[in-house]
Design a protein around this ligand. Structure first.
Ligand code: 5AD
Ligand code: SF4
Length: 348
């Protein structure tokens, strides 16, 4: 496909790993549609060179949908009185972790809203039991906590921590997350890194109030913070939030952000997020062909999973076994493999 010389040069520059400034990132985000295949191909090539053809699997357990925060965009916000809330017991979580172990997936991601019911001691006990009873690599995704909690989690044996920055705009962040503060988020991320967690951050694409400048800043932030994992997904409106009815079916922009993230950060682990598959059935495959190298099947028991409604229409609501066999089929069709290795960031 013919693309202009300047567009081609800019994509080449990104593919070679040269610094890009804000203006250049905005240019990449706004290239004409016929340039997308070229951009995605460049990201795919860098993915192959840097992290190989293997797709890393992480098993997720969404163990509580209680949340003390009130983020404007999220279905778990405390103001959503219509959501039926659940908390998994320690034994239920361990049983689910054992199911993950049985499939051969080496990593578990424990995810929840910000729920202080699970105290420092409770989380540490979970970490200890998962280590002892399954030996899975443990990733936590349970939000902002005091430094001493992060220290305790790390000392007890948690290996990784996901804390998306959500948006690089301090003002937008403050508006979207009442009572929260961007500086605190950044401080948490820095602390997690310092404590030796493999750390993940990331954003949403298509948020109300988000501009291309802000998206470029998200990408610059990802590069600068140099985290090991990046979660990038489209915003999907939830009917029980202030953003009900705001359409976002633009998978293209999310894929571009993902591809540019790969080009800028090189050897990070980037999942094809469930949110992408939710707005487009091809979303997962498209992401895996535009820079992504991780898939995170959801092992939350069915009776709970349907209530982990961050946004509506989540498509992974089928059994883990079904998900894995479907994933394998999909991956083979694009010449990729699933090998069940831990999938640390290269060099970690
Ligand atoms: N659309 C897409 N992603 C969302 N998240 C929360 N609400 C939405 C939404 N409406 C994502 C956020 C958060 C994680 C819990 O889910 O990025 O980090
Ligand atoms: Fe809670 Fe996270 Fe949702 Fe905010 S985004 S309401 S902190 S689960």
């Amino acid at each position: 496909m013919f693309i202009s010389k300047s567009a081609g040069n800019l994509i080449d520059k990104a593919q070679d790993g040269k610094e890009l400034n804000r203006k250049e990132i905005i240019q990449l985000l706004t290239l004409p549609v016929n340039c997308s295949p070229e951009l995605f191909y460049a990201a795919d090539k860098v993915r192959k060179e840097q992290v190989g053809d293997e797709i890393f699997l992480r098993g997720i357990i969404e163990f509580s949908n209680h949340c003390e925060r009130n983020c404007l965009y999220c279905g778990l916000r405390r103001g959503n009185a219509k959501l039926s809330r659940y908390r998994m017991s320690e034994d239920e979580i361990i049983t689910t972790a054992k199911q993950i172990k049985k499939t051969g997936i080496p990593t578990v991601v424990l995810q929840s809203g910000e729920d202080s019911f699970y105290s420092t001691d409770v989380i540490c006990r979970l970490i200890e039991r998962i280590r002892k009873e399954t030996d899975l690599i443990i990733t936590l995704s349970i939000g902002e906590r005091p430094l001493n909690d992060y220290k305790a989690f790390r000392q007890t044996g948690a290996n990784r921590y996901l804390l998306k920055h959500e948006t690089a705009s301090k003002d937008l962040y403050k508006y979207l997350r009442p009572g929260c503060n961007w500086q605190n988020r950044l401080q948490c991320l820095r602390r997690l890194k310092e404590l030796g967690f493999e750390t993940g951050t990331g954003n949403m694409v298509g948020l109300p109030g988000q501009t291309l400048e802000i998206l470029a800043d998200d990408l610059l932030f990802m590069r600068q913070l140099d985290t090991d994992m990046l979660g990038i997904g489209p915003f999907i409106a939830h009917p029980e939030t202030p953003f009900a009815g705001i359409e976002n079916d633009d998978i293209e922009l999310t894929l571009r952000v993902l591809a540019i993230a790969r080009l800028l950060t090189r050897n990070t682990n980037i999942p094809a997020t469930t949110a992408l598959t939710t707005i487009d059935p091809q979303g997962r495959l498209l992401a895996l062909k535009a820079g992504a190298n991780v898939v995170m099947p959801d092992f939350t028991p069915e009776n709970y999973k349907i209530h982990y409604e961050i946004y509506p229409g989540r498509t992974d609501v089928c059994s883990a076994a079904e998900i894995i066999s479907k994933l394998k089929e999909d991956f083979q069709s694009i010449g990729r493999t699933v090998l069940y290795s831990p999938g640390n960031r290269p060099g970690k």
